[in-house]
Design a binder for this molecule. Structure first.
Ligand code: NAP
Length: 636
């Protein structure tokens, strides 16, 4: 994990060396760092204001102007060092306001309190609980069970550990990391910048702008190791049943592992079981008859030799767009069955390494790492939400849901179209934001243009022993079929049997995959039960699941504080609070591109209700999860 420098000692190099390091500086980050260190806000000249586009703040400068800015910053840094002034730990709120509005304009205003919390220096952890069980209920016998040791279970575990609340984590797999342990397909990587897709309290020295899967898995393992989480986790242990026992006011669970089944009791249960992890293989007629290897992207068969093979891939989602370019390098012939297509987000640095000089600056230039992250968090938080809000007067269509949405469509089309002029049209027939946007640096489109790759837009009728048959009667023969067909996203908490008060079965309450919860976490009739990454907590391109899990964990740990401090046995969300929250969410989701569009997407359940997305901005979720409002709950 990182050891970012907070002193000037590391700047004790000669001028030429420092000049060399600044070559790798991100210009907006460098200017904000210098302004913060020196306290001189005039450094942020209006002429040097960054250009923010598609969630990224760039300098927008010519190379000559960039060189001028670097030289300016070099002189300021040398003067600051030579004066021996102390390194300020955090910006004042006035400074943050000035820096934020210089970067983003006044639109950043409501986000600044959240940005301030994200500005974490090494060793700081502002989201750690500010209470300890010893001080609120030292003698009370109390235990929490967390199910799942992916990123969300890990953060919950850390917070309970910090609060001194006894807990145990059950994980059905053999290690932490969840999706990053499970998905091993070639080309797998995060599509949020690595420095944003990191726990706020555990910065890493990433090697890649968008880290490959194994690097993210390694990061998760390192966090679990360094934070002492492993000793709290029972691996290869699956919780199969959980029921609320009114008499003991506890959850009673059944855990299964290789040695058999055990019973476990806990006062509180936290489901951190992930959500995009139950592979969905479509029920296509004849699917079982295919004679060659056939598997899902999340169950990759690493023994398959692709060279010279004819490969059929079903699906064009985020997973397929990552593994198809890898397979295309060796397969003789690769056919992609594309029912619909996705909008692409131009991301030139998608496969870029973090340069040595950038790594040096992150490690050695005091506070550079703070502003490096802030320069991502700010544009990303403001992000795309306004671009996908439906303007009912526009009028919204499957082309665009508002004038802003149309502008974004045109900007992306202008990048996509010249790349595939000689190919079948890839432009989706749904508005931008109707379904998951996929990042691309040109690799996906250029793969589809390869001679050995073709895209088939006809619907599939059946799978045969030799291949895939389309509705026009054409049979495409393959040696291997890969299902990039996604996950049972709407089947939250499947397949655990969960029974709440009065024998209420959660899967009955959520029947037809219509899962709802208050803030994605609590459900009437299910006291002391909390979900992480639950219904309607998906943040679409303006936050990260890690950030949302941190917010959620803050809330859950605060709920436990409420139980302990008040001497309560149970807490259950009031039905009216739950209902009005969900009505508001549903209403807002109907006015977002993903709720308006009729396009297929895993954001919606089979009834067409959006069960995945949180339709508001990250600040709203953050504010509502800071602490539990006791009047929202029946406390007993
Ligand atoms: P997905 O986005 O749900 O895509 C599934 C694909 O399979 C779609 O193209 C879908 O077509 C197609 N499909 C499903 N059933 C089909 C059928 N019967 N016939 C033909 N086509 C069918 O799944 P995914 O690509 O695995 O991604 C799921 C999510 O995981 C992503 O959206 C993302 O949130 C996450 N993920 C993230 C990353 C990352 O970089 N961080 C990487 C991979 C995945 P339709 O679109 O027409 O339904």
């Amino acid at each position: 994990m990182s050891a970012y420098n907070t002193t000037l000692a590391s700047l004790d190099c000669d001028e030429e060396t420092l000049r060399g390091h600044l070559q790798g500086a991100d210009i907006p980050t460098l200017l904000m760092t210098v302004a913060h260190l020196t306290g001189d806000l005039d450094v942020l000249k209006p002429d040097w204001k960054p250009v923010v586009a598609m969630g990224v703040a760039g300098s927008g400068m010519s190379p000559d102007v960039e060189a001028e800015v670097r030289e300016f910053c070099l002189l300021r840094l040398l003067a600051f060092r030579d004066n021996g002034l102390p390194v300020p730990a955090r910006p004042t709120s006035d400074q943050l306001h000035a820096l934020g509005t210089w970067l983003m304009g006044p639109v950043i205003e409501p986000y600044l309190p959240l940005v301030a919390e994200e500005l974490v220096t090494a060793e700081e952890d502002p989201r750690a609980p500010r209470w300890h069980k010893e001080h609120v209920a030292a003698d009370r016998d109390f235990k929490v069970v967390i199910i799942g040791a992916g990123e969300s279970g890990m953060i919950a575990a850390l917070r309970f550990k910090q609060a001194g609340v006894p807990f145990v984590v059950y994980e059905k797999g053999s290690d932490v990391g969840g999706t990053w342990r499970e998905n091993t397909y070639p080309g797998c990587r995060i599509d949020i910048n690595s420095f944003f897709y990191s726990f706020s309290f555990a910065r890493s020295t990433w090697d890649d702008c968008f880290a490959p899967g194994p690097q993210v898995f390694g990061y998760m393992q390192a966090v679990a190791r360094e934070r002492g989480l492993y000793e709290h986790i029972q691996f290869n242990t699956e919780v199969t049943d959980a029921h609320w026992d009114e008499d003991s006011q506890c959850w009673k669970m059944l855990c299964r592992n290789s040695t058999g089944q055990t019973r476990v009791d806990s006062n509180v249960v936290v489901f951190a079981v992930g959500q995009l992890n139950r592979p969905m293989i479509p029920a296509i007629p004849g699917i079982e008859t295919f004679e060659g290897p056939a598997f899902h992207s999340a169950q990759w068969d690493h023994n398959v030799d692709w060279s010279g093979k004819r490969v059929g891939v079903i699906g064009t989602g985020a997973s397929a767009a990552q593994f198809i370019p890898q397979l295309a390098k060796t397969a003789a012939d690769l056919k992609v069955f594309a029912r619909t297509t996705n909008w692409l987000l131009p991301t030139p640095d998608l496969h870029e390494k973090i340069s040595d000089s950038c790594k040096w600056l992150l490690a050695n230039l005091p506070n550079y790492s703070l502003w490096y992250r802030a320069a991502m968090v700010m544009p990303q938080s403001v992000g795309f939400l306004e671009d996908v809000v439906v303007d009912v007067d526009y009028p919204p269509t499957e082309v665009a849901v508002s004038a802003r949405n149309d502008q974004l469509r045109q900007a992306i089309s202008a990048w996509m179209e010249p790349q595939f002029a000689d190919r079948d049209v890839l432009i989706p027939d749904s508005p931008v934001g109707g379904k998951r946007i996929i990042r691309d640096n040109g690799t996906w489109i250029s793969t589809l243009k390869r001679d050995n790759v073709s895209m088939i837009r006809l619907p599939i009728e059946a799978i045969t022993p030799k291949g895939i048959c389309c509705v026009d009667g054409t049979e495409h023969e393959f040696d291997i079929i890969v299902y990039g067909t996604g996950f049972h996203a709407s089947k939250f908490l499947m397949p655990i049997n969960i029974t709440g008060r009065d024998g209420l079965a959660l899967h009955e309450v959520w029947k037809d995959n219509d899962a709802r919860a208050y803030m994605g976490m609590t459900v009437p009739g299910f006291p002391n039960m909390f979900c992480m990454y639950g219904p309607n907590t998906g943040l679409v391109v303006y936050s990260t699941i890690i950030q949302f899990s941190e917010f959620t964990a803050t809330y859950i740990v605060d709920a436990v504080r409420l139980l302990l401090e008040g001497g309560h046995q149970s807490m259950e969300i009031k039905p009216q609070v739950f209902e009005s929250y969900n009505q508001r969410v549903d209403q807002a989701n109907g006015l977002r591109a993903w709720g308006f569009s009729k396009v297929n997407s895993w954001y919606k359940n089979s009834k067409g209700r959006v069960t995945q997305n949180f339709p508001f901005n990250a600040v709203e979720f953050w504010r509502r999860t800071h602490e539990v409002e006791p009047t929202d709950y029946h406390l007993s």
